[in-house]
Ligand binder design. Structure first.
Ligand code: NAD
Length: 347
């Protein structure tokens, strides 16, 4: 485990176990140098504990990079709550998780992520105030979706040399909180959609509302399209899936899309433009952070609209340096975090 922490530069790992509520949770803190670590709480089943630890560690690093590139005063952290394989009281489990978060005394602020809802955040709020995305503060997903939409437009402008999305074909994997809203925005902008999900009811909604076509989940990778938009779970870009892709651009909200760093190089070798996940999906974090600082909705929108130009800059830097896009983004984020470390050590 320490080897893994070392390779992702993880500062701390916290493990929480509560037999009464069946809570088993992991909180990974990547960095607090720019401010309190902030990041969502996943509530999904895992094949084993190692799988859950890996997810938390990788996601926490992504949150640090996301906050750094968005210029937010936060470090990166992530919580993973393992869905119990026996009956449980969801509200009690979330309150128990909140009590543990409270022990961390502000080192980590939790939020919604895959498998959690605002109602879960409301339960957590009963035990700690280190939580966002409650029913009073709101769901960040529409803001994440807006950032993804802006990122897709910037990617199309860079790669396909056109400013509008009319008639472009986008394949979307995952139609949850973010994916459905991205589908709505793309449809409104005149794009054609092919969608997939493991939940048929979500596919049906996209067919009815956005005239989308659908494919089986495993067929989404070899669906010919202009853009592939992954909005499900992570590690979906790997040796097997990348060779199936028939698109010019990969740009979507899912965290940790690259199974390994080398898969970003593989996309580059295939001439596929890859929008680094933690940059294109930073709209939700921008919302959460600025709302916490009591900024206006106009200020939040303004900052989310910077995602497109930031992506453009990274694409240009990658083209000039001949380094893969994801490596340029990583270097930029690490330089920002390291510079903050230096300021703190001088102070
Ligand atoms: P969600 O749980 O609401 O939606 C995920 C969707 O993916 C679900 O509809 C699920 O059925 C589907 N799915 C799961 N496995 C699939 C598979 N194998 N094939 C096709 N579909 C599959 O989650 P969300 O909040 O919409 O987030 C989606 C992704 O974006 C996640 O990776 C999340 O970490 C990331 N993200 C979300 C936010 C946010 O604001 N919600 C912010 C940043 C990043």
């Amino acid at each position: 485990m320490f080897k893994q922490m070392e390779s992702y530069a993880t500062q701390r790992l916290h493990f929480f176990n509560d037999a009464e509520t069946k809570l088993k949770a992991i909180v990974a803190i990547h960095s607090t140098v720019r401010g309190p670590a902030i990041g969502g709480c996943r509530f999904i089943p895992y094949t084993d504990d190692a799988d859950a630890i890996t997810d938390a560690i990788r996601l926490a690093q992504g949150m640090s990079y996301k906050a750094a590139l968005a210029g937010l005063p936060h470090g990166g952290g992530k919580a993973v709550v393992i869905v119990p394989n026996q009956p449980f009281d969801r509200a009690a489990l979330m309150r128990s998780f909140g009590a543990y978060i409270n022990i961390l005394n502000g080192e980590y602020i939790t939020a919604m992520d895959s498998g959690t809802q605002v109602t879960d955040m409301d339960q957590i709020k009963k035990s700690t105030h280190w939580v966002t995305c409650t029913s009073t503060s709101g769901d960040p997903s529409p803001y994440t979706a807006l950032g993804v939409f802006e990122g897709i437009k910037a990617s199309v402008e860079f790669k396909l040399r056109r400013k509008d999305l009319t008639g472009l074909h986008v394949s979307i994997q995952g139609l949850g909180h973010v994916g459905y809203e991205v589908a709505r925005l793309l449809h409104q902008a005149g794009a054609r959609l092919t969608v997939t999900d493991i939940d048929p009811s979500k596919i049906q909604l996209c067919k009815e509302h956005f005239s989308a076509k659908s494919v089986e989940p495993e067929e989404i990778y070899n669906t010919p399209a202009d853009i592939f938009c992954p909005c499900g779970l992570g590690a979906i870009l790997n040796t097997d899936t990348i060779k199936q892709l028939q698109v010019s651009i990969v740009a979507g909200s899912a965290n940790n899309q690259l199974e390994k760093e080398r898969h970003g190089d593989l996309l580059s070798e295939r001439g596929i433009l890859y929008a680094p996940d933690y940059l294109i999906n930073s709209g939700g974090l921008i919302f959460v952070s600025l709302q916490h600082a009591q900024k206006s909705i106009a200020a939040i929108h303004h900052k989310i609209l910077q995602i497109g130009p930031s992506l453009h800059q990274i694409y240009r830097d990658s083209e000039r340096s001949e380094h893969s896009i994801h490596r340029i983004a990583n270097e930029k984020a690490e330089a920002i975090i390291n510079a903050s470390e230096e300021i703190h050590s001088v102070a």
